[in-house]
Design a protein around this ligand. Structure first.
Ligand code: GLN
Length: 489
């Protein structure tokens, strides 16, 4: 049952071949078995899951099945869930139990899905290996004995979904946090167009970049999840009015039968160093696209290699402002000091980990009156140029493809400097700066047997076509990402 895709499970639930209760039990049993080793959940919600499953079974029996009825999912522990601890993987929020439900998690409740638990992540979603989590890093289920990273910041989500500890679920992507972890765990991870999915009730990192999105084992499953998540939310001022994602249940092919598709390859990425495996797989998939009838065109995003620098100014700047609210006064950790200022200092020093503190310092520095013009405004200009270049490129092509990262998952104990971690985001941050949709699809296996991902990037609100091409890439790649295959058990 663990290896079923969401689409397959929905079919079986509808035909009453399986029940939501059985399906949920199977996942909870598996969490019991592997959850501690994988460390992919911060909080498990077995009672809630069984109650959700029973309610789903009752609806199905009554002929009132909902879109995700009975599907066990994980929720990244950045989405506020009423009555369920929501930590952002930080000591600051270790015991925070929200009194409200985020828009996204509410949509999952309304869809009939079953909540298994809140998945692990980098502290406040700042990181690439999920190692900045106060609760320790999740582990990649691929070649588990090697203790590789499942990526970050949505590394708990990808660890859980790849291992069969959830059928799919949510992540958030500010600079790559859905796509990078999905790539190195053999999953489909979609960062939708900025504004398509509500950020309301999602712990803020960098508000102009933060994008909730789905993670699943197939492109069709990701599309089902996105259809639940998408939609205008008056509570989020950056949510786009009339934005919808209507999905019929099956992604239509965009290739074959004489269909015309122009696929762009970014010229400036050609000089970026990637692993020999990534290069081989990327070239193969481009060849596949061509044989399937796509026209491959070279496009230029002249400033794309500056995206990293712009991102690491804008994201910390916004974060330093967003995280100012954690001061020990209203909610979260409070460490008593000798006076008010001392209480602030002690609370923030104890509540935030090293990486979060680093970003607070960088963020406040680039926003200071001496640096604002040279750093923040300059980064904002680069951002505008990158967004404009994407617009121009999409006049020459319909979709763009590029690697999701340079290589396969690295060991969790790799000793990288902060700048080396930041450099891993080279292929993903530009899409957040531009607000365009981008999806990582499993594209092949490296010689070491580990999965590699390719990104499909589209015009704003062309999310459907992005997922349609992701489905082709996944089919060409032929990566077997069934949990019992990955883990051999
Ligand atoms: N790795 C990037 C960072 O550390 C992206 C994180 C994210 O998308 N949340 O900021």
């Amino acid at each position: 049952m663990i290896d079923l895709t969401i689409a397959e499970a929905l079919e079986k639930l509808k035909n009453k071949e399986i029940s939501a209760t059985e399906l949920t039990r199977a996942h909870l049993d598996r969490i019991e078995k592997y959850g501690a080793d994988l460390n992919c959940y911060i909080t498990i919600t077995p009672e809630r899951a069984m109650a959700d499953a029973a309610a789903a079974d009752a609806r199905i029996a009554a002929g009132q099945m909902r879109i995700l009825d009975g599907i066990p999912i994980e929720m990244k522990d950045l989405f506020a869930t009423r009555g369920i601890r929501t930590t952002a993987a930080s000591r600051m929020l270790e015991n925070f139990v929200p009194e409200y439900e985020s828009t996204i998690s509410q949509k999952f409740i309304d869809s009939g899905s079953v909540l298994l638990g809140k998945s692990n992540l980098d502290e406040f979603a700042m990181g690439t290996f999920s190692k900045t989590s106060f609760f320790g890093a999740p582990v990649n289920p691929w070649q588990m004995e090697k203790r590789l990273t499942a990526g970050g910041s949505s590394g708990g989500a990808t660890s859980a979904i790849a291992s069969g500890l959830a059928m799919g679920g949510t992540g958030t992507d500010t600079g790559g946090s859905i796509r990078f972890p999905s790539a190195i765990t053999g999953l489909v991870g979609m960062k939708p167009t900025y504004g398509l999915c509500s950020r309301w009730g999602c712990v803020a990192f960098a508000s102009s970049l933060d994008t909730p999105g789905p993670i699943a084992r197939t492109a069709d499953d990701a599309a089902i999840l996105l259809s639940v998540m998408a939609g205008h939310d008056p509570k989020d001022s950056t949510s786009t009015p009339n934005a919808t994602f209507n999905f019929s249940g099956k992604l239509e092919p965009v290739l074959g039968n004489g269909k015309k598709l122009r696929v762009g390859v970014i010229k400036e990425f050609a000089d970026v160093e990637i692993s020999a495996d990534m290069k081989r797989i990327f070239d193969k998939r481009i060849a596949d696209l061509e044989s399937a009838g796509a026209e491959i065109v070279q496009v230029s995003i002249p400033n794309i290699l500056d995206a990293l620098a712009a991102y690491y100014i804008i994201a910390p700047a916004e974060a330093s402002s967003n995280l100012a609210r954690y001061d020990g006064m209203r909610y979260g950790l409070r460490v008593e000091g000798s006076d008010l200022l001392d209480t602030y200092k002690k609370t923030r020093a104890a509540g935030f980990g090293t990486e979060v503190q680093r970003r607070m310092i960088v963020g406040t520095a680039v926003l200071s009156s001496e640096s604002y013009e040279v750093y923040f405004m300059q980064a904002a200009r680069v951002r505008r140029m990158i967004a404009d270049s994407f617009d121009a490129a999409f006049k020459q092509c319909d979709l763009i493809v590029c690697p999701s990262g340079a290589g396969t998952a690295l060991p969790l104990d790799s000793d990288l400097t902060p700048l080396e971690y930041y450099a891993l985001d080279l292929f993903t941050v530009a899409m957040n700066l531009a607000g365009v949709p981008a999806c990582s699809a499993p594209a092949g296996l490296a010689d070491n047997g580990l999965p590699l991902g390719i990104q499909i990037v589209g015009r704003r609100f062309d999310d459907m076509r992005v997922l349609q091409l992701a489905k082709h890439i996944q089919e060409f790649g032929g990566v077997d990402n069934r949990p019992t295959k990955i883990m051999g058990k």
